[in-house]
Design a protein around this ligand. Sequence first.
Ligand code: ADP
Ligand code: MG
Length: 256
Amino acid sequence: MTRIFCIANQKGGVGKTTTTVNLAAGLAKVGQRVLMVDLDPQGNATMGSGIDKRSLSLSVYDVLLESASVAEARVKSEKCGFDVLGANRELAGAEVELVDVERRDQRLKTALAAVAADYDFVLIDCPPSLSMLTLNGLCSAHGVIVPMQCEYFALEGLTDLVNTIKQVHANLNKDLQIIGLLRVMFDPRITLQQQVSEQLKAHFGEKVFDTVIPRNVRLAEAPSYGLPGVVFDAGARGSQAYVDFAREMVARIGHG
Ligand code: ADP
Ligand code: MG
């Protein structure tokens, strides 16, 4: 059965896109069939998966407006080993164009159902907002993966997201749950990060993933080569951590 996960956090720059593309590549590496859906008009996850967003003839925008199916709009990333439903600037208009349509928050869910048999995992990279685009992601998903940095305001920032997830769970998608919190860009030499990490575990218990993603420059360099770190430099510490995370996901979800 396909499992669909949103990578979400309403803050920007917290590692959503890095997590999405590297988890996708990590899952592909351990033999899972993966579709990566880019729901951010910036198209960073598309570019970071080796797909030129400017070359897309169809994208997730066409899927949301029901002028194309996922099967028509997806492209295969040969280098990365997973499929991509890409995004580009056009997607910024979808927010407004969806205002007046029926089932506007269910568009992605309906579209993904048609390709469910093709994938073990669908990963959705959400934009840094709680917009209609993010809502389409949350309505499609079985769970949310929340990447976060262990900084002073980290817990506070989670409240809005947790409340949104609760509301979506109660009103729109009873499958939705937080799968886990992923500590990213972690630097164990910084005492504050260790303290916040301990607080997270005390507060969220098993919802905190065992895997910790270190701060690693190779992960940051990889997008400029149009690749996830896991593909760009498999030996880098950050890349190995994302492959470990893929294994942890497979174990938690019970695939493979
Ligand atoms: P978001 O999608 O939440 O806006 P990104 O994944 O784009 O965040 O990450 C923000 C910036 O941090 C990017 O420049 C990215 O390359 C960098 N980055 C993300 N994770 C790491 C990491 N583990 N180590 C070093 N740099 C990272
Ligand atoms: Mg992003």
